[in-house]
Design a protein. Structure first.
Length: 396
């Protein structure tokens, strides 16, 4: 008796249709979604869950096209786990007061960009120079040289943490291109952007339209080189309006900083204090500046209240320039103060931390009040167009 030809119960007509025309997988007769990569079939899940199969394909795609075994099938430190370990470590440092909330936020955002680019399940050991080059190219699409350099530095810190914490047996190799932009590129960017400072005429325009509080803040910026965060965290104990003196270690670094106060600055501070709102929180009771809503001006984020208020003044006075904000007052003080030739005294007022190679700064115990007054009087004379210097009251 002739053999009957066996008829398969599964025919092509039984195969499901693709969820949409560009769906990258096809229904294999084994009732799984599949794709041929480099001549080899790979399977990603049953017909009943096409979107789950697509998710697995997306997670494994980079490994498969690179000829690697998908990382989810191997043991090792994954990018997502590294970022979690790193952020936990930085959270402890923030709680201990070693880094600021804003710094932690910057690291958190950097980890998010790393995970988005490499994938949460990518093994850190698998990352190659071309992966970091790809990441750098993506970052450079939206950021200028300075911001790009800062982000590259943060990401290198994240991956160096893996080796330093014994999560990896060897350091991550970033390749020759994953580094900060060169000094030449940074110089060209600064030249294209223009000087980050104000003229004396521009400062007077700002003072002419500023509110009582903002006027005092501006004068602190140009008198003593205080930045946004410095002004927002200024407490009554830091100023002596009788002796016209500021004694205010930098909150950012703890570096000692003292400076004579101009008569104009003292008058503006007195007026600001007289018109000061009552703070809502007891923890803000010692702050010199309180918003009209009874809150602190300090905020550890890019959405800075002082920066926002100052930007309004720049628009009102029609002197707004991209990248030039309240902190440019600090740049202006540094520039004009440096014209005296006493950079040591300027550094002291600015609260600059000495470099590791500057041994003289380690042994120097303060700077005389006379030298500090020479700096602030010079800047005051520049601002008020030739007014006689020597009006600051200072002590040794």
């Amino acid at each position: 008796m002739p053999k009957r030809k066996r008829i398969s119960q599964q025919t092509s007509t039984d195969k499901p249709s693709k969820p949409y025309p560009d769906f990258p997988l096809f229904p294999h007769h084994t009732k799984r979604w599949a794709k041929k990569i480099h001549g080899k079939l790979h399977y990603f899940g049953g017909w009943e869950d096409p979107m789950g199969a697509l998710q697995r394909f997306m997670e494994q795609r980079e490994d498969l096209y690179a000829g690697r075994v998908p990382s989810e099938h191997r043991d090792g430190l994954r990018v997502g786990d590294l970022c979690n370990e790193f952020l936990n470590d930085r959270r402890h440092r923030q709680d201990a007061g070693e880094i600021t909330k804003r710094t932690w936020g910057d690291y958190h955002a950097s980890c998010g960009r790393v995970v988005k680019c490499f994938g949460r399940n990518r093994l850190v050991d698998d990352l190659r120079a071309e992966d970091f080059l790809k990441l750098r190219r993506e970052l450079s699409k939206n950021w200028g040289p300075v911001a790009l350099g800062n982000e590259v530095s943060r990401i290198r810190v994240i991956f160096n943490f893996a080796y330093q914490s014994h999560l990896l047996d060897r350091p991550v190799r970033f390749g020759p291109s994953f580094k900060r932009p060169s000094q030449r590129v940074l110089r060209n960017a600064r030249a294209e952007r223009g000087p980050k400072r104000f003229s004396a005429e521009e400062i007077h325009k700002l003072l002419g339209v500023a509110s009582v509080q903002m006027r005092a803040m501006i004068l602190l910026g140009i008198n003593c080189g205080l930045g946004n965060g410095d002004v927002a965290r200024l407490e009554f104990r830091h100023i002596d309006l009788e002796s016209k003196w500021l004694d205010y270690p930098r909150p950012k670094s703890g570096v000692e900083r003292t400076s004579p106060l101009w008569p104009e600055t003292c008058d503006a501070l007195r007026e600001a204090i007289e018109n000061r709102s009552e703070p809502l929180n007891e923890s803000d009771a010692n702050l010199v500046f309180i918003t009209k809503y009874g809150k602190s001006w300090f905020k550890e984020s890019s959405d800075n209240p002082i920066a926002n208020e100052f930007r309004k003044l720049l628009h009102v006075t029609k002197i707004y320039r991209k990248g030039v904000g309240f902190y440019a007052l600090r740049h202006t003080f540094e520039t004009e103060g440096g014209n005296t030739g006493d950079q040591v005294a300027v550094n002291h007022i600015m609260g600059h931390a000495p470099s590791g190679s500057d041994m003289s700064a380690i042994y120097r115990e303060g700077v005389s009040g006379e030298r500090l007054s020479k700096i602030t009087d010079h800047v005051r004379s520049w601002l008020y167009d030739g007014e006689e210097p020597g009006l600051s009251t200072c002590a040794e």
